[in-house]
Design a binder for this molecule. Structure first.
Ligand code: MLT
Length: 363
């Protein structure tokens, strides 16, 4: 299936003006009659393991256009008018939730935030009932975050709406990975052949897992680095038990941060996921910072012009030094801005606008 960039909403609005029109006012459409069709066959976005490189490329290509919309004087288009997005976050979030909300609103969708902390969940309502309830309110997409790995997969089985996984336990965070891919591609001109080094609590990081799928699919070389207690088992090529083969693609594994950083094109620092760790994995925070903090001196081992990334929230002084977190190489805030464009692109693709056969209907 392919999704042309011109949507049903464009036809309904009788508006087929180009996305690239210079700084138009409100009411302009994200549509481009002459634009090439983009491959996309997903009804939900649960993780990147089943998203093809061509589909990832669709999101990144469309996100470029969405960034242009965001840069307009009045960043509002009616492309997703009549499309309803619910956000349902059982865990805290600043960036992900706010950027989905903004992404939907910029595209003219209705966005409703449901807070489980003050919803019927407190009266014992199950996840499945909550998802069915939102579906009954004609939700088109439900963006959900949950502490349990696999919760969005359960939701997808009971939802007429598209489910977007905004983080499930230590398992996956696919839109963070997409925005990381988009940022690397924009900054370095491509992803294939780039060496991306992730440092920190890989074992409990859903960002690391989705990034590993996305980066390897797009041809990057992935290096993970951290203390042995914070590295998932079975990731080293050649050491992988049969059952782990499908769990993640092989990556280079290092416990020495200096060796890991040599020749890096991208350095990604990851937060210690204290909320998901059992005790006893680290002798002390001070010891961890001494051995694994990304400092200016260590960062200098990467290639000249290397990028410093972090999905946030960051704990400066632990996994990343304060001076470098906001220094010249840091593109951490750029990641946040790009996250809005990537989520706009994703909502657009999931909406099936321009490809009616892709929209609606439970699988
Ligand atoms: C997440 O939700 O996983 C964040 O984006 C990264 C983190 O919490 O460290």
């Amino acid at each position: 299936m392919t999704v042309p960039l011109t949507g049903r909403a464009a036809a309904a609005a009788g508006d087929d003006r180009e996305l690239r029109a210079p700084d138009p006012g409100p009411g302009e459409e994200v549509g481009a009659g002459a634009a090439p069709a983009l491959p996309w066959s997903q009804r939900h976005l649960l993780d990147l393991d089943i998203v093809s490189p061509a589909e990832i490329d669709s999101v990144l290509t469309l996100a470029e256009r969405m960034l242009e919309v965001l840069e307009r004087r009045i960043a509002r288009v009616p492309t997703l008018r009549g499309f309803t997005v619910f956000t349902l976050f059982y865990e805290p979030s600043t960036r992900t939730r706010a950027s989905f909300e903004l992404a939907g609103k910029v595209l003219g969708a209705d966005v409703v935030n449901v807070s489980p902390q003050s919803a019927s969940v407190q009266k014992g309502e199950s996840l499945v009932d909550t998802v069915r309830t939102l579906s009954a309110m004609e939700a088109n997409a439900i963006v959900m975050r949950h502490a349990s790995a696999g919760a969005p997969y359960l939701a997808a089985r009971h939802s007429a709406a598209s489910i977007v996984n905004a983080g499930d336990g230590a398992h996956a965070h696919p839109t963070q990975a997409l925005l990381d891919l988009f940022t690397i591609r924009r900054q370095l001109g491509g992803i294939a052949g780039r060496r991306v080094v992730m440092i920190g609590d890989i074992a409990h990081s859903r960002v690391a897992r989705s990034d590993i799928w996305g980066l390897t699919a797009m041809g990057a070389e992935v290096v993970i680095c951290g203390p042995p207690t914070l590295l998932p088992r079975g990731l080293r090529a050649g050491e992988r038990p049969e059952h782990a083969r499908e769990a993640l693609p092989p990556v280079r594994v290092e416990t020495d941060i200096r060796r890991a950083l040599e020749g890096a094109d991208v350095v990604m620092a990851l937060r210690l996921q204290a909320e998901r760790q059992q005790g006893g994995l680290l002798p002390s925070l001070r010891e961890y910072a001494r051995l694994y903090q990304v400092t200016a001196e260590r960062f200098a081992l990467a290639r000249p012009g290397a990028l410093l990334m972090h999905p946030g929230p960051k704990n400066e002084g632990i996994e990343i030094a304060s001076d470098i977190a906001t220094g010249d190489h840091s593109i951490i805030e750029r990641q946040v801005t790009n996250g809005v464009a990537v989520r706009m692109a994703l909502l657009y693709l999931l909406s099936g606008r321009g490809a009616p056969e892709a929209a609606g209907g439970a699988s």
